[in-house]
Unconditional design. Structure first.
Length: 69
């Protein structure tokens, strides 16, 4: 999965005029967090209990990667 994320990031930066790509995994989704971190994403923020899913409030994380110049 990390390789797939890295390929999509590379495609996004090469194809579109953007300088930042972000992802918003759930706070308890450790697998997604690890994949993003291995792909170079940095945790920018945590919003506590902002998403209501299946009867529970979950944290929302914001991960981002910036285009190197």
């Amino acid at each position: 999965m990390t390789n797939a994320v890295m390929q999509m990031v590379d495609y996004g930066f090469k194809t579109f005029n953007i300088t930042r790509i972000f992802a918003r995994p759930y706070g308890r989704n450790i697998g997604s967090q690890k994949v993003l971190e291995k792909a170079g994403f940095i945790l920018e923020g945590r919003f506590k209990k902002t998403i209501f899913k299946n009867g529970k409030y979950l944290d929302e994380l914001i991960y981002a990667i910036r285009k190197l110049k």
